[in-house]
Design a protein around this ligand. Structure first.
Ligand code: PLP
Length: 416
């Protein structure tokens, strides 16, 4: 079959067989290595999305491959009636990296949403009858299950699924808004330290420190969603650590498994004593295979100095992107290797499509923001390749928009 006919057939299969919860798939990928992907026609792409901040070590990293195959050949699953060595090792490792001290505890699930569901139940256990209120931020993202959707302050996402789980109130991401909303009937505040899905939007400087003080004063838990920002991505193991605070709980997923599905709730201090036998659980959660792989991924991030690399390469990329001479690029947001490239016009979809034609995978976090979240392993070679492809991409979109023409002749249509 010709490459073109083959290309048609996978799109037909996808359109016929997959639930229509997402738009058309952009490509059919068949293999990956390091920061590169290949599609069915064997075209090579530079992957600067990392499966949305997931493939921390890139694709087919030997440490990942070795951990999967060794553990698969040893022991995969026994249920949570039993413990396994990889599970205990990962719990201890996460406590150490998060800095919980002795009193920390870890609950394992299989995704970010499951980690946040556990955090939601933690908030209810803390709140009981006296504290029915839970605060979360407008425009933050916490997941797609009914509980985590209730925490996600985006009307258009909630609208088709009303009524929501009750008790959640949304506030602006300012200290003033938090101060006004907090009282002694609040069980918890959920914070996304950099709003990834909203377009890589940073919190105001000092917000987390103020949130820690205010929530403590009112006896509310501070729960930090580190699902996108954790595992070294921002240049710290976890984004909250840059602010020098101690939260009551954090949630992690995405990057900790390097592509293997796993999520976790990590509790600090008194919050560690809220769950009791029978209050929560997951059949798959924390199985030996998932935890062995995550343990190996985190071990490699630590040993290879990839947290420092994320900080360094993030700075390097930010400086280079800001220096690109294009009327489309107006600046960068985010930290480390979670970067939002702000565009001067709402053409992010067109930029993503043009990038793919040039062999570059990036993402439109919203109409005016390109999100990049490459593997933490990237170096000069990948950065140079990115800059070349991204500059070509911008030229293509500028040409399509006739950006060098007088404004009056600029068409409103953008390429698909
Ligand atoms: C991706 C994400 C989630 C949801 O994780 P899933 O694994 O998709 O369920 C929750 N919170 C944040 C901040 C995320 O980026």
């Amino acid at each position: 079959m010709s490459a073109a006919a083959d290309a048609m057939s996978w799109q037909d299969d996808a359109a016929r067989d997959l639930v229509r919860n997402a738009g058309d798939r952009f490509a059919l990928f068949t293999r990956g290595e390091g920061s590169h992907l290949w599609d069915g026609g064997d075209k090579r792409y530079l992957d600067f999305l990392g499966g949305i901040a997931v493939t921390s070590l890139g694709h087919a990293h030997p440490v990942f491959v070795d951990a999967v195959s060794r553990q698969a050949a040893t022991l995969v699953h026994v249920s949570n009636f039993f413990a396994t060595p990889p599970q205990l090792a990962l719990a201890a490792q996460l406590k150490r990296l998060a800095g919980t001290g002795e009193s920390g505890r870890v609950y394992f699930g299989n995704s970010g949403a499951e980690a946040n569901e556990a955090a939601f139940k933690l908030a209810r256990l803390h709140g009981g009858q006296d504290r029915p209120r839970i605060l979360a931020m407008r425009n933050a993202f916490h997941g797609r299950t009914m509980g985590t959707l209730a925490l996600t302050g985006k009307d258009y996402m909630q609208a088709p699924f009303l009524p929501m789980v009750p008790g959640v109130e949304f506030i602006d991401s300012t200290v003033d808004a938090l101060e006004a909303a907090l009282d002694d009937r609040v069980a918890a505040l959920f914070v996304e330290p950099i709003k990834g899905e909203a377009g890589v939007v940073d919190l105001p400087e000092g917000y987390l420190a103020a949130a820690r003080e205010l929530t403590a004063r009112h006896g509310a838990l501070l729960i930090v969603d580190e699902i996108q920002t954790g595992a070294g991505r921002t240049g710290d193991w976890f984004a909250f650590q840059r602010d020098g605070i101690t939260p009551d709980a954090i949630t992690v997923a995405k990057g900790i498994g390097g592509g293997f599905p796993i999520g976790a709730l990590i509790t600090f201090g008194g919050a560690s004593e809220l769950f009791s036998p029978g209050t929560h659980g997951s059949t798959f959660g924390g199985n030996a295979l998932a935890t062995a792989v995550a343990s190996a991924v985190l071990g490699e991030i630590e040993q290879a100095g990839l947290v420092e690399n994320a900080a360094l390469r993030g700075e390097q990329l930010r400086a280079a992107i800001t220096a690109i001479d294009s009327p489309l690029v107006v600046g960068c947001r985010g930290r480390g290797l979670l970067i939002g490239i702000a565009l001067s016009r709402p053409v992010a979809g067109a930029v993503v499509a043009a990038a793919q034609q040039h062999g570059l995978i990036i993402n439109a976090a919203n109409d005016e923001t390109i999100r990049i979240a490459p593997a933490l392993t990237i170096g000069d070679v990948e950065i140079d390749e990115f800059l070349t492809l991204f500059t070509q991409t911008l030229r293509t979109v500028e040409d399509a928009l006739l950006l060098d023409q007088p404004a009056s002749t600029t068409p409103t249509e953008v390429p698909a």
